[in-house]
Design a protein. Structure first.
Length: 227
């Protein structure tokens, strides 16, 4: 069996709470001159969905052009503040060990299904030394769609094309949105209760396995490889 492990980033691998709000404040002002008044919900949602809600809430038409400009500004502010990332967050317990352990397994490929833009995904993981074992080329990112399940589909498609083989996908994330995205495509869903959703909420959403965190590497491997 070829396994494609698709990680969420925020509150699954790292905790950098508050960055999204600050970056959107800067980006919105850059593209519109407006101050951020209405803050969308971030957990488990894609950058495209967040941007659409944000612009609409500020009486701006969420055209593809304006969303693209907003995303370019988000990347710009993230680039400027990259060196500050390690001071504004941290890798979650066990994240590095889990990535390394999975990288040693035969027939396992690791990538991402994240609401982040690909550039910001790279920055966030690199800032905490978590980028080494992740193939960014085959991930599903927040620019793809407002709907998270489509990110899983895109990641599986890209992985299958690159490696010329079929994969069974395993989605690991901290919100019911992550679980729903996995189940929508019959992927294996692992919930990690390191975010705002409780273990009970992740189970209720349909997660096949729920972990309190990633600190038990053996438990992570057992869940992913279904041992």
């Amino acid at each position: 069996m070829n396994t494609l492990v698709l990680w969420d980033i925020d509150l699954t691998l790292i905790d950098a709470r508050g960055l999204g709000h600050a970056w959107y404040r800067t980006a919105l002002h850059a593209v519109s001159g407006l101050e951020l008044v209405h803050t969308p919900s971030f957990p488990g949602r894609t950058e495209r969905a967040i941007s659409h809600e944000l612009l609409t809430a500020h009486a701006l038409e969420p055209t593809d052009e304006l969303i693209s400009k907003l995303h370019a500004e988000l990347v710009d502010v993230a680039t400027r503040e990259y060196s500050l990332l390690p001071t504004r967050g941290h890798a979650l317990p066990g994240a590095s060990a889990a990535l390394e352990a999975l990288a040693r397994q035969e027939n396992v490929v690791q990538s991402l299904v994240t609401g982040n833009l690909v550039e910001i995904a790279r920055y966030k993981l690199a800032a905490f030394g978590l980028d080494t074992h992740v193939d960014f080329e085959i991930g599903g990112y927040g620019s793809v769609s407002e709907h998270r399940p489509e990110l899983v589909l895109e990641a599986v498609r890209l992985a299958s094309v690159k490696h010329a083989k079929d994969f069974e996908a395993v989605v690991i994330g901290d919100t019911p949105h992550d679980v729903d995205a996995a189940l929508h495509h019959s992927a294996f869903a692992i919930g990690v209760a390191t975010g705002r959703s409780t273990a009970a909420e992740l189970r209720a959403a349909g997660a096949h396995v729920v972990l309190d965190d990633l600190s038990d590497t053996a438990a992570v491997l057992a869940a992913v490889l279904r041992r």
